[in-house]
Ligand binder design. Structure first.
Ligand SMILES: [Fe+2]
Ligand SMILES: [Fe+2]
Length: 272
């Protein structure tokens, strides 16, 4: 059985004093392997993990990308995990900004996090972290409608601030017996691109489900429609979008997918 617990999300389920904040962190347990995917912004993930009774000691961490709302909780979670591997892309430490200049990258230095117990294992390539559990590596951009949206910036190698190419964006892919379960941070590479990449690296065509941030809150009508059509053609059993999906896209997904749709908040536990 695969167990997924959303421990940090923008909103919370009505139980046990959970905290909500803009961000995402999902705890995954499968055949004795445990993993934290993202860490939330910093105030909620460790608090909620304790409130939910999770034992994080020795649990490695994978980061979907460098944004603060997925990495800010690293320092407090490392106090619960102890020294562990932290998987991500080499660009997670790139300086990231909003268009107004506000900083939205990792709010800790690499040196500080290493002193707190992080062993960074950074790679651009797909990696099988445990049997059937993949970190995607860089996701090719093949879908014309999924260009990165223009409001998010990063410092490039030559020092200029330009549109963030999000080379660091990765998804977690679980090869379940019923098809792929794709776990997303923000899906800055695009939901369709991410699913197609997951299919390519695993050789599995069936999509069991999608959980996490889809970044559809910023998408225009064309992209929304193309995304909904692509998902419908794949007939997923489970859709548990959250975080940067936004209310509009979430409502449409609920209407179109009915019982396959799960409202994903901090405190949600899925057992598959
Ligand atoms: Fe995010
Ligand atoms: Fe993001």
């Amino acid at each position: 059985m695969i167990r997924l617990v959303t421990i940090s999300e923008n909103s919370v389920m009505p139980k046990g004093g959970l905290l909500g904040e803009h961000g995402l962190s999902i705890y995954i347990e499968w055949d004795g392997f445990k993993l934290l995917f993202d860490t939330g912004q910093g105030r909620s993930a460790a608090h909620n993990a304790s409130a939910l009774g999770l034992d994080l000691c020795g649990t490695p961490i994978a980061l979907s990308h460098g944004h603060y709302d997925h990495t800010g909780g690293l320092a407090s979670l490392l106090k619960m995990t102890g020294p562990v591997d932290v998987f991500g892309h080499p660009d997670i430490f790139a300086a990231k900004y909003r268009r107004d200049g506000s900083f939205i990258g990792i709010p800790w230095t690499r040196e500080y996090l290493e002193s707190a117990g992080a062993f960074f294992a950074l790679s651009k390539d797909p990696r099988e972290l445990a049997p059937g559990i993949w970190l995607s590596g860089e996701i090719p951009r093949l879908e014309a409608c999924e260009e990165p949206l223009g409001e998010l910036m990063a410092r490039s190698d030559d020092g200029t601030i330009a549109r963030d190419p999000f080379h660091d964006d990765q998804a977690l892919i679980l090869e379940t017996s019923n098809g792929l379960l794709v776990v997303l941070g923000c899906a800055h590479s695009g939901l369709i691109n991410t699913i197609e990449h997951a299919r390519r690296i695993t050789g599995e065509d069936r999509l069991y489900g999608v959980i996490g941030g889809t970044h559809l809150a910023m998408a225009d009508e064309d992209r929304l429609e193309r995304t909904f059509e692509a998902l419908q053609s794949m007939r997923p059993t489970l859709l548990a979008p959250c975080h940067c999906t936004g209310p509009e896209a979430s409502c449409t997904l609920r209407q179109r997918f009915k019982d396959q749709f799960v409202f994903n908040q901090a405190g949600l536990t899925l057992e598959i």
